[in-house]
Ligand binder design. Structure first.
Ligand code: ATP
Ligand code: SF4
Ligand code: MG
Length: 354
């Protein structure tokens, strides 16, 4: 059994404008010691999904299950969840100040966090906090431990937050956009620290980001979200070289080129409002390969024989990758599937050729 097994998770907010389904039928699993990258544009449901698993969303309707070591986190009481948070599953956020209290010394906060969950002396907890600050690359940790968060740079605060998250040796670390506010060099350093901690402690990581480039180095598996749904899941290599869903392809093509901040080819348009989702495939208004069949919502279906690569797109399963040949076949399939009213593009192609 996986360490974390999320099945058919849906999260609905009741807003003054109507019901907003922020997460729709999301399923994924996380193995011990592995890293899952969750990628998608702003508003795709990445944070709501993970915060719901941690019991941090309020006034929402939740369906589905989230089994952590066989126990459904979605059925736990607040106090039971509080015990899981921090000690078993830790979270770090984009803004370190949402985890680090500005009025208390960094070290004191780590010490308190350790002592809240474990019966250890102040001195022992302080020694451990110093060790942790050292292992996340903070120099002079025995001095820095008595600094306030404002005395730390952004990158140092992020490292301190990782130290705090790792203090109780959690089985899962959920890192929600941990490097977005940092410059590229510090970003790389922070990711490196996370990876090192993972190797040392065997922690499984869920890394949430809107930037596929960030998961390129660190993720074992990638889950791409669009408008609250998983639209593609695959291992990292497949995601980068043999992706199937046009949205994943768009995210890859919009990555900045090396040595420049210029986006290569941004995806046109913007994500739909979750209050008024388009009928059928939610990527349809932005998709260059739209076919008649896309008026029907595609299920997340296996693309490879092993069933490990899955995509929610009606394009033929064997059209993957970003190369010229793949592009030509995508176009052909799209043309063949448009205006014919027949099933998938590949079916239409075969009919034409017959
Ligand atoms: N408390 C809330 N009430 C109503 N809608 C909410 C609430 N929290 C989030 N949402 C909506 O749920 C959707 C998903 O939000 P979420 O924060 O998960 O996006 P995200 O993928 O994490 O985006 P980002 O990359 O910007 O962090 C958005 O449309 C958001 O407006
Ligand atoms: S199902 Fe259709 S609209 Fe949706 S991504 Fe695939 S080709 Fe594009
Ligand atoms: Mg978010």
């Amino acid at each position: 059994m996986s360490l974390l097994e999320v099945s058919d998770l849906s999260v609905t907010f009741s807003t003054p404008d109507g019901l907003l389904e922020a997460v729709r039928g999301l399923s994924f699993s996380l193995e011990a010691g592995k890293t899952l990258g969750i990628v998608g544009e702003s508003g795709s449901g990445k944070s709501v999904a993970t915060q719901t698993i941690m019991g941090l969303t309020q006034n929402v309707r939740i369906t589905g299950t989230a089994l952590f070591e066989g126990v459904d986190l979605l059925t736990l009481s607040r106090s039971e969840l509080r015990k899981v948070r921090g000690s078993q599953i830790a979270m770090i956020f984009q803004d370190p100040l949402s985890s680090l209290h500005p009025f208390y010394r960094v070290g004191w906060q780590i010490v308190e966090m350790i002592r809240e969950h474990e019966d250890v002396s102040k001195d022992a907890a302080r020694a451990r906090a110093i060790d942790l600050l050292r292992s996340v690359g903070i120099s002079q940790p025995d001095v820095r431990i008595d600094n306030y968060p404002y005395q730390f740079s952004g990158g140092m605060r992020q490292r301190a937050m990782i130290a705090m998250a790792m203090a109780l040796n959690p089985k899962i670390l959920i890192a929600d956009e941990p490097t977005t506010a940092l410059d590229v060099t510090v970003q790389a350093q922070v990711l490196e620290v996370m990876e090192r901690m993972q190797q040392e402690f065997g922690t499984a990581i869920i890394l949430i980001t809107h930037d596929l480039g960030v998961v390129a180095d660190i993720a074992d598996d990638v889950l791409v979200m669009y408008a609250g749904r998983a639209v593609e899941t695959a291992d990292r290599r497949t995601t980068f070289y043999e992706q199937h869903h046009p949205y994943t392809k768009g995210l890859l093509e919009s990555l900045p080129a090396i040595d420049t901040d210029e986006r290569l080819k941004p995806i046109t348009g913007s994500p739909p409002s979750l209050l008024r989702l388009p009928a059928g495939c939610s990527f349809r208004p932005r998709c260059p390969y739209v076919m008649d069949r896309c008026a029907e919502e595609p299920p997340l279906r296996p693309i490879d024989d092993a069933g490990l690569h899955r995509s929610a797109c009606w394009l033929p399963t064997d059209v993957t990758g970003t190369g010229e040949a793949a592009e030509r076949r995508r176009r052909e399939a799209s043309e063949a599937g448009s205006g014919t009213g027949v099933g998938s593009g590949i079916d239409a192609l075969r009919r034409r050729e017959a």
